[in-house]
Write a protein that binds this ligand. Structure first.
Ligand code: DLZ
Length: 167
């Protein structure tokens, strides 16, 4: 018998999403938010099921994401920000703490919190990753948000625990 495989679908209808947007490098972060909204809409989300929260900088993303996740109103929280090494003397702190804080926010709330932060060496590199030329990290994070929210929705406790079945 083949193992049962669970994987998330790319259907966003019926799911609710929060986008947390850093205002630092706002010309670019608004493009990430637009990319995320575009992805969610293409996957079936309605605008009334998407809310955007703005924070001052990427360092503030994790706390806001955690509080938003704790409300229980959203199936996933998508964080978007842009941190540019050449312009940020304490780049490692801002980018590193944002990354580990986002992980903690997800693990402590059991709500997916997505990393849609562009970390780049230069403004030009950052622009390229915000949809100015091709890829958009907000779009990618939103796609992942739909998939992981769908997968988590499939994980239900069936037939007791493994320990219980083992007797
Ligand atoms: C202070 C700062 C700097 C220098 N650079 C960035 C950046 O490139 N991207 C970003 O999102 N935020 C930056 N910040 C702001 C910090 O994230 C934070 O908002 C402040 O340090 C206040 O806590």
């Amino acid at each position: 018998m083949e193992p049962k495989i669970h994987s998330g679908s790319l259907k966003a209808d019926g799911l609710r999403f929060a986008i947390v947007e850093s205002r630092w490098n706002e010309l670019l972060t608004t493009k990430l938010t637009a990319g995320a909204v575009d992805a969610l809409s293409r996957l079936g989300s309605r605008n009334e099921d998407i809310e955007v929260f703005k924070v001052p900088g990427s360092f503030e993303l994790p706390l806001a994401a955690k509080r938003i996740a704790e409300t229980g109103r959203f199936d996933a929280v998508i964080c978007v920000g842009v941190v540019i090494r050449g312009e940020t003397p304490h780049f490692e702190y801002v980018a590193g703490e944002a990354a580990s804080g986002i992980t903690q926010a997800a693990l402590s709330t059991n709500v997916p919190v997505l990393f849609g932060i562009v970390t780049a060496d230069t403004v030009e590199q950052a622009m390229n990753r915000c949809g100015i030329k091709s890829g958009n990290k907000g779009f990618e994070a939103a796609m992942s948000a739909v998939e992981i929210a769908s997968l988590l929705g499939q994980i239900v406790e069936e037939g007791g625990t493994a320990a219980g079945r083992a007797g």
